[in-house]
Design a protein. Structure first.
Length: 120
């Protein structure tokens, strides 16, 4: 069963700057959210990681957003935290993308976030 946005259900918004090579990272972010049983919605946009993440968190009914730019910078954002991402990786690996997805789900569920060192 897909965990993408279902009609009327709250979701985490993922905004990405459409560039070749993001597919694996997007898949890992989604897999991390799915592990946490949290729905998501994908959207394409352009801008800096902070612009994308701020917009994503404001658009999400859960107030949680994930952003990935064309340089594989990935960030986790919350609408109430305005000074940048909660978690950010520059030129992220697919493992780091998975951690961002897992932590987005954990943020929604109000469970402790994990670090890349503590992840499986």
């Amino acid at each position: 069963m897909s965990r993408q946005e279902q009609q009327g259900k709250p979701y985490v918004k993922i905004l990405y700057d459409a560039s070749p090579g993001l597919e694996n990272h997007l898949a890992e972010i989604q897999a991390g959210l799915e592990e946490q049983s949290v729905p998501w919605n994908l959207g394409e946009s352009s801008g800096t990681i902070v612009q994308l993440g701020t917009h994503a968190s404001r658009e999400s009914p859960l107030r949680v957003g994930v952003a990935i730019d064309n340089n594989l910078n990935i960030g986790l954002f919350h609408a109430q935290i305005r000074n940048g991402p909660l978690l950010h990786f520059e030129q992220a690996s697919t493992r780091q993308a998975r951690v961002i997805g897992e932590n987005a789900g954990r943020l929604v569920k109000r469970t402790p976030l994990i670090s890349i060192d503590n992840s499986r």
